[in-house]
Design a protein around this ligand. Structure first.
Ligand code: SF4
Length: 815
């Protein structure tokens, strides 16, 4: 059984053996252990334990060693793994994000799916990479998992390969700042996709209890694997841990003295007591490390089985804390008050400076940006740019130990630089290397940046909660050595906003593949939407990937299911609203339907929770449904897309709505929504309907094209001061229907052109990053020709000519 399945099954207490190679890339210690296991057989393991996997470290302590992939290959070649699974450690210290993808794909090809995702130790000699940290690596794995579902065929969904990543957590930390940062980091790792945890080594049962208490207090039900290190004087590990030579591992003076006064059997006994302790706490299993000899491993397990639930007798032997260390809970289990740290001068200076010219809510920001823009610094070159960059560098170096990443996270980190201030330059410090006193384990002269950030956060109103929730994305390497202030000012860094309010469109029942999978899911019975299955994971992947692509709303359209029985679409919308709420990372739903009952059901379900949710978007409301739908605003906060269509016969040329008619529909919707039902203008989106470019060619002279009318309507709405603040949105994918190729390119050009007329929202595929990437000039010219189809013959000829050329050039050769 794979470890990931055993983790779900949990009928037995799981055991992992943690193995490392010997000096000089030596496989022998691993081979010796595994040969002994194969000789002794499974019957050597106590019946209530499931020895399920071996795990292999990757360059521990940053010293080059045999790679986990090589260990896995050799174990297979020598037929030593048998039914055991293999869990490699994957770290970010030696490889950038691209190399990590290749490594993960190698493991996928070798059918290795469980892994431990770590930031990694600081390399002993080489330069650490740390392009990602553990949260970035977990997010990358989540992305790969979601992509695997999204690329799978509907009939293959039950066999899609998925990684099951573990993360590390260190409870054996004794300052308030480090402890809280570890707890927050654990929560961030869960948000980034960790599916189980392996703890750091440590000998303090009270700290282990705190870990389980924190998880249950905050509603997390995630499997924990306790790390049981066989601490014995037969190796140098106790002394190295005591002397802070194995970062993140703590052995107190008393424990060191005790270990050196004992015999090996006493060391086995302590490890066995710890196994029993974790079992009694409800851990899913243990990871036993520091073992070279298989007979020690078996003795530990047998003795742990003998102890059973009676570990408390040995509390004193499992309690070697730092004196006067911080505990989050008192002896009765009550949570302690956290300290309010004072604000330091540097933070005050940073806050003042930032507010004065870099906070977009203040006038100073706009003035500063317009001056810098006027000086031509936006292009990122030239003498003034260089002068500014040089002075920025020196001031920020002096004040913040700035290392010129160009993608500055000082505001998110409360005025502290995690590149210059951290030995590994992590995006989301701390790692687990800090000493028990809060110093960096890689440079004992400096305080861990995680400590300083915590203290600065605590000095700010609401700062601790902000710190707990903020996950910094990996920095953009392209910005290195450029001016971070100007990158921020001109939206080139991680603060770059979506140029459009983007409404993700991929959960739509009329998309053939998605519709088929939605049908499969619906047929799975009453627990279809709660019990894990391939189709459910597919929908989850669609939701999570759009949230990760910065969708502002995640649209759900189930109208295809309501054609025969509207109630089916209503029932399904309730389930999809729940799923978006659970997996959308806080991104609100856009309930998309032509049926008002489906809209109402989705809206009500969205708010059917005790947790705070952002207001959803309803698509669509028309003038002839507005008096039924808009009164719901009294009970539920929402925005809506007003579709510019009416039940009246159109009076425009060619039998469709004229620009004036469309505009007057917008006015009616606006007046009713704002005047009668209390909507704010920014809660109203108008949709003037997209017509496919391929067939937007009126045959009679004097009749304008649909694209022309849609764009001109947007322009008219956006230039009306009475409608100030409203948005204009289009379902842009419809524009490229029936085109023979280059649909993403044409859609990109369509969006760019529509934005020139005032489009500021769109229902689109968020993966294509429309509005960020420059369109192809030829495609832009073609869309422009359609945008100008005002009914005159020469404009029609031009549009037809460009479309003809495009079709000839884009057609795929016959097979
Ligand atoms: S400063 Fe803190 S987060 Fe950075 S390497 Fe040192 S211990 Fe880890």
């Amino acid at each position: 059984m794979k470890f990931s399945e055993a983790l779900k099954d949990r009928s037995k207490f799981l055991v992992i053996a943690e193995l490392s190679g010997g000096p000089d890339f030596n496989f022998d210690p691993i081979e010796k252990f595994m040969t002994a296991y194969n000789k002794a057989g499974r019957q050597s393991i106590p019946a209530d334990f499931n020895f399920a996997a071996v795990t292999c470290t990757q360059n521990p302590s940053g010293v080059p060693n045999i790679e986990p992939s090589t260990v896995h290959r050799q174990l297979n070649q020598k037929n030593l793994l048998g039914e055991l699974d293999f869990i490699p450690h994957i770290t970010c210290k030696d490889q950038n994000s691209d190399a990590l993808v290749s490594l993960l794909m190698d493991f996928k090809n070798a059918k290795v799916n469980s892994l431990l995702a770590l930031t990694g130790d600081k390399p002993a000699k080489g330069k650490g990479v740390f392009d990602l940290d553990s949260t970035g690596l977990l997010s990358l794995i989540k992305y790969l998992n979601n992509q695997a579902y999204m690329k799978a065929k509907p009939e293959e969904l039950e066999t899609v390969f998925q990684f099951t990543p573990a993360a590390a957590v260190s409870p054996f930390i004794y300052t308030e700042a480090s402890q809280m940062q570890q707890d927050f980091k654990m929560e961030k790792k869960i948000a980034c996709g960790a599916q189980f945890f392996i703890t750091q080594v440590g000998w303090d049962w009270k700290k282990s209890v705190e870990l389980f208490r924190y998880l249950s207090e905050n509603g997390y039900n995630i499997p924990i694997i306790g790390n049981v290190y066989f601490l014995s004087s037969i190796t140098s590990a106790p002394r190295l841990m005591h002397d802070v030579k194995l970062t993140g591992c703590y052995v107190s003076d008393e424990l060191l003295a005790k270990v050196y006064s004992e015999k090996v059997d006493d060391h086995i006994e302590r490890a066995a007591q710890q196994v029993a302790m974790y079992r009694a706490f409800g851990a899913a299993g243990v990871d036993i490390g520091g073992i070279m000899d298989f007979s020690h491993f078996v003795k530990i397990l047998n003795r742990a089985a003998q102890i059973g639930t009676g570990w408390e007798k040995f509390k004193d032997n499992l309690c070697w804390p730092k004196k006067d260390g911080f505990y989050l809970y008192d002896d009765s289990g009550k949570r302690k008050e956290l300290t309010k740290f004072p604000k330091k001068f540097r933070q005050t200076f940073f806050d003042f400076f930032h507010r004065s010219i870099l906070d977009s809510n203040y006038r100073g920001f706009r003035a500063f940006r317009s001056v810098m823009s006027g000086l031509g610094t936006k292009k990122g070159s030239g003498a003034i740019y260089k002068m500014f960059n040089a002075s920025e560098k020196s001031i920020k170096y002096l004040m913040f130990d700035c290392k010129e990443c160009g993608d500055c996270y000082l505001p998110e980190n409360f005025g502290l630089c995690t590149i210059g201030g951290c030995e590994k330059g992590l995006d989301n410090p701390p790692c687990g290397d800090a000493t028990v006193d809060g110093f960096c384990g890689n440079d004992l002269m400096r305080t861990c940046i995680g400590e300083l950030i915590y203290e600065a956060a605590s000095a700010k109103e609401g700062g601790i909660e902000t710190l707990r929730r903020t996950i910094n994305k990996p920095r953009n390497p392209k910005l290195e050595n450029t001016s971070s202030i100007l990158n921020y000012l001109f939206s080139k860094d991680h603060t770059q906003k979506n140029p459009l309010i983007s409404i993700g469109e991929v959960i739509h029942a009329s998309i053939p593949k998605t519709g088929k999978i939605m049908k499969q899911l619906a047929s799975l019975g009453p627990d279809a939407y709660t019990k894990p299955s391939g189709p459910l994971n597919y929908i989850r992947a669609l939701i999570e990937s759009q949230a990760a692509e910065n969708a502002d709303y995640i649209a759900v359209n189930l109208d295809a299911f309501g054609e025969d029985d509207p109630q089916t679409a209503i029932d399904m919308m309730i389930e999809y609203a729940k799923m978006v709420r659970s997996w959308g990372g806080g991104v609100p739903i856009c309930v998309d339907s032509s049926n008002d009952d489906v809209l109402t059901a989705g809206l009500k379900e969205w708010f059917n929770t005790t947790k705070p949710v952002k207001p959803p978007l309803l698509n669509s409301i028309k003038v002839y449904t507005m008096d039924k739908m808009l009164p719901l605003k009294k009970y539920y906060d929402f925005s809506f897309i007003g579709l510019l269509m009416s039940e009246q016969k159109p009076t425009g040329a060619g039998g469709s709505h004229s620009i004036d008619e469309l505009y007057s529909l917008a006015q009616k919707l606006f007046e009713t929504a704002v005047g009668k039902y209390g909507f704010k203008p920014q809660e109203i989106f108008f949709d003037s309907t997209v017509f496919p470019l391929a067939i937007d060619m009126p045959m009679d002279s004097g009749i304008p094209g649909y694209t022309y009318r849609a764009f001109q309507t947007i322009k008219k709405i956006k230039s009306d001061s009475k409608l100030k603040g409203v948005h204009c949105s289009l379902g842009v994918s419809n524009s490229v229907r029936d085109l023979p190729g280059r649909r993403i390119g044409v859609c990109r050009a369509y969006v760019a052109k529509a934005m020139e007329y005032g489009l500021d929202a769109a229902i689109l595929n968020t993966a294509h990053r429309y509005g960020f990437v420059e369109p192809d000039p030829e495609l832009l010219a073609m869309v422009d020709a359609f945008a100008n189809l005002d009914g005159s013959a020469d404009k029609l000829t031009n549009a037809m000519k460009l479309m003809g050329k495009f079709c000839r050039e884009s057609r795929k050769p016959p097979k």
